[in-house]
Design a protein around this ligand. Structure first.
Ligand code: ME8
Length: 510
């Protein structure tokens, strides 16, 4: 089971447009997916949209639209956002897809047949924004503990899932598998929440109709979270193509924001236990982003669409910034000043200049032909030796989802290459015919370093990685390259032709 590396994002509600918060998780998942592919793993990377429930129904009603039409009109915005950010998802699941609703119905029927679902009455608080049932003890200042919005008092006939029956098993699993819920601090929160006692979970609604009808009682629609969590198995053909399902399931990694960890770390595992399915290997809850120090919200008018930043900086600078600036597990604050600062210092200066000066010198001194290196000296050896170290560090940091540290390790190579060019000063020997071999070696070494660098930045900045790779004269596609083999020294063939190309990251006025 699970031969494929399976990584997921949350499926996003279609009540509103995608923004830099939603894109944060998707970009991170893409870096993971691309890194795993680069390592030669078969990858299945899933994202999608969560289209049922009261919140989406309300969003549609406010625009006098029926919810399906509304969802249909919103989905292209998500797809387009992932396209401009160069997201390499293998599938896009919608909870209104027939393939999903069928699986959701089969699944819930299975639990009903098992006796894990019973009819009751829910009376309590409900937060429509978070689509969550809340205990009175959870209410903070009369509002939702998560989003602080007003909550509704609900009394309706609901089906309940025997969550309490599985509480001990879920707890035991979390305690025995330290990697299952991460980071550590959030894992502890989940553990104490379970220890405080779990009641059964309401899993249907009767006060509106926008949802998947229960197969055993069509007066009820499925609770949107029960429906949504099942996307992770409906997209891989649970129930219809079990061979495929078993190749992909269990998920290696569910990436989620911290506010939805409980659904993923408590309800989802209990649902899977009830259905006798293996649990995902790892659930990682990242921090929450604010904008210029404030929570992103429509009422504050500070919601940023990724397109706005991509138009200004390009997709790769966007991806670089969000992965480099923040520590994934903790909250972060987006600011235009830090984006511009990193763009100019790390992309225009460090990386862009490195690439352009190396390529320009090869063009100028060797007519754009990769020279044959001769005996290497201490500086060359030093550069070559750090590459395996950087690869090893990158691997450790990617496994920990410490994207900022992974990029910092990659930048060690950027700095080492810049330093190498500086100390070797090829321009100072370029006109001396007796130094021809020395110059050949310096140019080859810089180019080969640049080629390897292209590979390492590819998961984070796929277009830039591809461009640098091709400019150094590689004819094989970067998508075919695998690490660590492709990062071995010497793959660049003397005699190939380099290309200088347009500046990768033109400097911006500060
Ligand atoms: O919760 N900072 O969908 P959603 C960081 N449909 N990440 C953010 C963010 C921010 N300010 N804002 C959003 C749902 N996110 C459900 C999920 S999954 C079976 C169902 C990201 O549209 C983060 O990943 O509200 C968060 O968990 C997700 O978007 C919430 O998206």
């Amino acid at each position: 089971m699970g031969e494929v590396f399976y990584v997921t994002t949350p499926i996003y509600y279609v009540n509103d447009m995608p923004h830099i918060g939603t894109a944060y998780t998707t970009v991170a998942a893409d870096a993971v997916a691309r890194y795993q592919r680069l390592k030669g793993r078969r990858v299945f990377f899933l994202t999608g949209t969560d289209e049922h429930g009261q919140k989406v129904a309300q969003a549609a009603a406010e625009r006098n639209q029926n919810p399906q039409d509304w969802a249909d009109s919103m989905v292209p915005h998500f797809k387009e956002t992932w396209r401009i950010l160069n997201i390499s998802n293998d599938d896009f699941i919608r909870t209104t897809d027939n393939r999903h609703t069928k699986v959701a119905q089969v699944f819930i029927q299975k639990l009903k047949d098992k006796g894990d679902i019973y009819l009751g009455t829910y009376e309590g608080w409900y937060c429509v924004y978070d689509e969550s049932f809340l205990l009175s003890s959870q209410i903070v200042d009369g509002g939702c503990p998560e989003c602080r919005r007003p909550v509704e008092w609900v009394k309706e006939e609901n089906y309940f899932f025997r969550l309490s029956k599985y509480a001990d098993r879920v707890l035991k699993h979390i305690e025995e598998n330290p990697d299952f819920v991460q980071p550590e601090s959030r894992r502890n929160e989940v553990i104490s929440f379970i220890k405080s006692g779990l009641s059964d979970q309401s899993i249907s609604r009767t006060s509106f109709t926008w949802g998947i009808p229960l197969p055993f009682d069509a007066r009820h629609v499925m609770y949107v979270w029960f429906d949504a969590l099942l996307n992770y198995i409906s997209a891989i053909d649970f129930g219809s193509n079990m061979k495929r399902f078993e190749e992909i399931w269990p998920a290696d990694l569910h990436l989620v924001g911290k506010e939805i960890l409980r659904f993923h770390a408590i309800i989802w595992p209990a649902m899977l236990f009830a259905a006798e399915l293996p649990l995902p290997k790892r659930i990682f809850a990242h921090g929450w982003l604010t904008v210029e120090g404030q929570k992103m919200s429509k009422s504050l008018g500070n919601v940023i669409a990724p397109k706005e930043l991509v138009d200004e900086y390009g997709a790769d600078a966007y991806r670089y910034y969000f992965l480099r600036e923040f520590s994934f597990g903790i909250d972060g604050n987006f600011s235009r000043r830090t984006l511009l600062g990193r763009y100019n210092a790390e992309l225009a200066n460090d990386l862009g200049n490195l690439s352009s000066r190396v390529l320009t010198m090869v063009m100028k001194y060797r007519d754009g032909i990769v020279p044959e290196p001769k005996a290497s000296g201490a500086e060359e050896n030093r550069l070559r030796e750090i590459i395996p170290e950087i690869l090893a560090k990158l691997d450790v940091k990617m496994a920990a989802l410490a994207f900022n540290e992974a990029l910092s390790a990659v930048w060690d190579l950027v700095h080492a290459l810049n330093r190498y060019v500086d100390v070797s000063a090829p321009w100072s020997i370029a006109s001396d015919p007796s130094k021809k071999k020395e110059l050949d070696t310096i140019l080859y070494t810089s180019l080969e370093g640049l080629r390897i660098l292209a590979l390492l930045i590819y998961p984070f900045m796929p277009e830039t990685g591809r461009k640098i790779w091709e400019r150094t004269g590689m004819s094989e596609k970067i998508t075919q390259a695998r690490i660590p083999e492709a990062a071995n020294w010497g793959a660049l063939r003397p005699g190939s032709k380099i290309v200088t190309g347009e500046p990768l990251f033109p400097r911006k006025p500060e």
